[in-house]
Design a protein around this ligand. Structure first.
Ligand code: PEP
Length: 242
């Protein structure tokens, strides 16, 4: 399975951030390697511009959220069709920050994932337990329920990202054994062919060992995707020929 290394820029990035994408492409000596998928999900304001400038250099562009409907009276929202029209190839849905900040339920996340598929985008559907749930021993129940509620019906191509909430932006990561056990569990509940990413404090120092775990098919990277000097070694750490 071709690894996918995806950067989630969250609410970071002004026009000047182009310099980081250009520095990344320069590190690849002109184009991202073909044996791995490289994706950047900048804020919505930069999606069209980045897609137009960088898709030929092998860097795919995605968005961080979409509305479930194709259009209508929803001030401030952006549909999956609009993102596809802007040149996006992927969209993250159900990130824990959106589940927490915007009260998104599994049902909402599934509707958004189905909207992405309808528009020809690949959804990256995020799941993951909180620290309290991990400590209470319910991580597998929580993630199992999120998968049941959030994954689109049918075997359409989508990506799942396992992101323990307590590992996001904290510098903490589960043990390699715990990541492996959760990815094996997700694999058993996910259609064949769907890639399963790990996300949560992936950095140049831990990328290689995480990306080598069975059923880890790539990474969703937040903070370390903002700087080419950090994101490049993570991309390079994915198994392949690079
Ligand atoms: C994320 O928010 O998707 C994420 C993985 O963040 P970080 O890498 O900064 O922990």
């Amino acid at each position: 399975m071709k690894p996918l290394i995806a950067g989630n820029w969250k609410m970071n990035g002004l026009q000047a951030a182009r310099a980081e994408v250009e520095a990344l492409i320069e590190k690849f000596a002109g184009a991202a390697p073909a044996d791995r998928d490289v994706l950047i999900c900048p804020p919505a304001t930069l999606v069209a511009q980045f897609a137009e400038r960088y898709s030929d250099e092998g860097v795919q562009i995605g968005a961080q959220d979409c509305h479930a409907l194709a259009g209508g009276a929803h001030t401030g929202d952006i549909s999956a069709e609009m993102l596809a029209d802007a040149g996006a190839a992927y969209v993250i849905v159900g990130h824990s920050e959106r589940r927490a900040d915007h009260g998104e339920s599994d049902e909402t996340v599934r509707a958004k994932a189905e909207a992405a598929l309808r528009a020809g985008l690949t959804p990256i559907i995020c799941v993951g337990e909180t620290r309290e749930q991990r400590e209470a021993g319910t991580a597998f129940d929580v993630v199992g329920a999120q998968l049941k509620g959030s994954l689109p019906n049918g075997g359409a191509p989508f990506v799942v990202a396992y992101e323990p909430v307590w590992a996001i932006g904290t510098g903490l990561t589960p043990s390699l054994a715990d990541i492996g056990a959760m990815h094996d569990f997700i694999r058993s509940k996910t259609p064949e062919g769907a890639r399963i990413l790990y996300g949560g404090s992936v950095k140049p120092e831990n990328a290689e060992e995480i990306l080598a775990i069975n059923n880890v098919n790539g990474a969703l990277v937040g903070g370390a995707s903002l700087k080419a000097d950090d994101f490049h070694p993570i991309i390079a750490a994915a198994p392949g020929e690079m």
